[in-house]
Write a protein that binds this ligand. Structure first.
Ligand code: LLP
Length: 427
């Protein structure tokens, strides 16, 4: 099994050298627990594997996966760059010490104010539409400004329909067949378009769509190079590399993956005589998913028409199962050696029937008070959480070599209404 599960000598779940049951006791639940070393390992594996085959290689962490300041700071210290999709992500990255040239901004449906803000922060703009290009040209001095474009490579893949971002149904990018025209337009406006970007989707364990996307993006880039006279400084193939969530799924063979994809990239560079632009990739999930566990406590065991294990978190804490029907492996962190004795539904505390973390899941004899670990919660976990049902947001704890530190306080009830005002006539 390729899931990241460690057990200590008390038969409790181990997270980065700390005991999950002790963490739950000390900090309460629900709590996201982040293993610092695992993030560093994931980054270094990803970076070194690709740079071995193509040294002009950079990793832009898709921080939408997890914007916890500690997580971003860890990646900053490793030399990683940032893929930002909103002015807030750009702001946070700048605040943490990422220089503008280490941030690529790939927004879509961006307002003038947002474009201007991102430009003034020094981030490189990766433009998604002719509309944004023209509006940007009116707001900033385009002369020599380095920009890039997101193109639709007409290849899409992903673990769920919502997570497929290429092809005719996609709202993202400029069309493949208008690329030459758009890059020429940018040049005529005075810009210096030096990059091309594509991203086909998220949560992809099958290497095939990536190959097609590299070929297709490079065919578009080659045409733009030859017909619009653009010399690319970088080509960015986005993120999307999946990780195993179920015990049956296998880790992608990253070395093979890098070798094949870099090979295709180099072939196309040669075919179109494009020199040696830097290759960018934008992993989000790959770097952070298996570095975090969401700890929850069982508060009720109920035999109804089905057996429900009720926990103190819900889809406001981790949305992926409810939103995408995503599988997250769940362990009883209090008794990791216990045999599976039953199939149960693991239900959250939100007032909706769809608030389930698992259906018909083999589990041991789970008891009230047990701590459950919901695995692979590091990507799109906390960042997609909400205050629905007036539930305070969870706490986050960072584990470094077995030492725990709170990196996000649990919200309080006061936080729930801190930004609201009751107008005087209702006082
Ligand atoms: N680059 C761009 C332009 C993206 O839109 C994304 C993800 C990534 C990179 C990173 O993709 P990754 O390597 O993490 O697959 N909420 C969904 C995933 C949405 C992904 C959105 N874009 C989930 O929980 O599965």
């Amino acid at each position: 099994m390729d899931l990241n599960i460690k057990v200590n000598d008390k038969n409790h779940l181990d997270i980065g050298g700390a005991d999950a049951v002790d963490i739950a006791e000390e900090f309460g639940t629900p709590t996201y627990v982040i293993d610092e070393n695992r993030i560093r390992e994931n980054y270094n594996k990803f970076y070194s594997t690709f740079s071995k085959y193509y040294p002009d290689f950079k990793v832009f962490y898709a921080c939408k996966a997890n914007t916890n300041l500690a997580v971003m700071k860890i990646l900053e210290s490793e030399g990683c760059c940032i893929d930002a999709v909103s002015p807030g992500e750009v702001y946070t990255s700048r605040m943490l010490g990422f220089s503008g040239d280490r941030i690529l901004f790939t927004g879509n449906n961006i307002t003038n104010e947002e474009l201007k803000f991102v430009h003034d922060q020094g981030a490189v703009l990766n433009i998604d539409s002719v509309s944004a290009l023209k509006r940007l040209a009116k707001m900033v001095d385009p002369e020599g400004l380095k920009i890039s474009f997101r193109v639709n490579p007409m290849v899409g893949a992903g673990h769920h329909d919502h997570c497929i971002t290429g092809g005719v149904m996609s709202k993202f990018g400029i069309m493949d067949n208008e690329a030459v025209e758009v890059y020429t337009m940018a040049k005529d406006l005075g810009f210096n378009p030096i990059g091309m970007h594509s991203h086909i989707g998220s949560g992809i364990l099958d290497p095939e769509p990536f190959k097609l996307a590299i070929e297709s993006t490079m065919d578009i880039a080659g045409k733009v190079h030859q017909e619009a006279g653009i010399d690319f400084e970088f080509v960015d193939f986005g993120g999307g590399v999946g990780v195993p969530y179920t015990p049956e799924e296998k880790l992608l063979d990253l070395d093979k993956f890098a070798e094949v994809n870099v090979g295709l990239f180099k072939e196309k560079l040669e075919e179109f005589d494009m020199g040696n632009p830097t290759m960018y990739l934008e992993p989000g999930r790959y770097l952070v998913a298996d570095a975090s566990v969401l700890l929850v406590t069982v508060n009720s065991v109920k035999q109804s028409y089905r057996k429900f294990i009720g926990v103190d978190a819900g889809f406001h804490t981790l949305l992926r199962p409810a939103m995408y029907d995503s599988y997250h492996h769940i362990v009883d962190a209090s008794k990791m050696d216990a045999p599976m004795t039953q199939e149960v539904d693991i239900a959250g505390n939100v007032c909706e029937s769809g608030d389930l973390f698992a259906r018909d899941r083999p589990m041991p004899d789970v008891e009230e008070g047990d701590v459950l670990g919901i695995l692979n919660a590091g990507a799109y976990g906390f960042t997609m959480s909400s205050n629905y049902n007036s539930r305070p947001l969870a706490a986050e704890v960072l584990v470094t070599d077995g030492k725990c530190e709170v990196v996000r306080e649990r919200q309080t009830f006061e936080d729930l209404y801190a930004q609201q005002r009751v107008p005087p006539h209702l006082e």
